[in-house]
Design a protein around this ligand. Structure first.
Ligand code: GLU
Length: 286
């Protein structure tokens, strides 16, 4: 009885101090409030994409461009306060659900702003615009440009938009070509299947492909035939406009102070990619 009463008093005290968040989401109405109040945040990234979001065996946290952008955006939003970040793997197939059910507060995971996703997610950004390209085995001379993918075996990473850019028309598709779709749970599995000759090409964002190609030099080649604009958004629970506006302010500052250019160079400077050099136009927070 005594213990129960003490618990209730402690809980009330914590609420009064605005410290009610325990676990992700907590009782804060926006993610900015949670950062400022609880001084913690749960961030979703990829864990299988080299140079973007990769959790190496035995490592405590993932590393890569998206991870560093997340840290920089959160630091700006926190205004100098130290924030505890908990990282959660957010594969393409689960990103919308993880935001909707509050498992993660925010997502930085090669997450293109698409029409199909807009009703489910509020997107901050874009923080960078990249382009879809195609990767084949280094020995393959049959596929030299994106339109050569007609009737070829391409990877369909679950929940990802990239295969649609080949098979569907705009807005979320592009080329509207017939192709044979080979399923995989993520892009690392796609690349394994390409290496094993279980498919002919992996077509997705050039940053993703360059990251995989750099891991196994000489094994694969990028066609360098970019054919889309992929606007990388910062995923937020639908309706959190306050945080969306805060992340957009942070992204603008990170471009203005040179951080974005530095991070792109750090992670992709050794690749042949033409890296973005200026801030993409903000989309507004719908
Ligand atoms: N940017 C594309 C998308 O969001 C492909 C990469 C991914 O699935 O993470 O669908």
């Amino acid at each position: 009885m005594q213990m129960r009463r003490t618990g209730a008093v402690l809980a009330t005290g914590a609420m009064a101090l605005g410290l009610a968040a325990c676990g992700s989401g907590g009782s804060y109405s926006t993610v900015v409030d949670k950062i400022k109040g609880a001084k913690e945040i749960t961030v979703g990234t990829k864990w299988d994409q080299p140079s973007l979001g990769l959790k190496k065996p035995g490592a405590a946290d993932p590393e890569g461009f998206d991870v560093d952008v997340a840290k920089a955006v959160i630091a700006k939003m926190a205004g100098g306060e130290n924030i505890k970040i908990t990282w959660k793997e957010s594969p393409s197939s689960n990103r919308e659900a993880l935001l909707q059910n509050g498992t993660v507060d925010i997502i930085f995971a090669t997450y293109s702003i698409t029409e199909a996703r807009k009703p489910k997610v509020t997107f901050g950004g874009p923080y960078v615009v990249v382009h879809q390209d195609t990767m084949v085995r280094a020995s393959d001379s049959a596929i030299a440009k994106a339109t050569d993918l007609k009737d070829k075996r391409i990877c369909q990473a679950q929940g990802s938009n990239s295969y649609k850019r080949i098979t569907d028309p705009p807005p979320d598709g592009k080329l509207g070509l017939p192709a044979k779709l080979v399923g995989a749970s993520n892009y690392s599995e796609c690349v394994q299947k390409l290496g094993g000759n279980n498919l002919d090409a992996v077509t997705t964002d050039n940053l993703i492909l360059a990251g995989f190609a750099a891991q196994e030099p000489g094994k694969y080649k990028l066609l360098n035939d970019p054919f889309t604009d992929e606007k990388y958004g910062i995923g937020l629970k639908k309706g959190d406009k306050t945080t969306c506006e805060a992340v957009n302010k942070a992204v603008a500052e990170l471009w203005a102070d040179g951080t974005m250019t530095k991070l792109l160079q750090q992670w992709f400077g050794k690749t042949d990619l033409q890296l973005p050099t200026s801030a993409p136009p903000a989309e507004g927070c719908a």
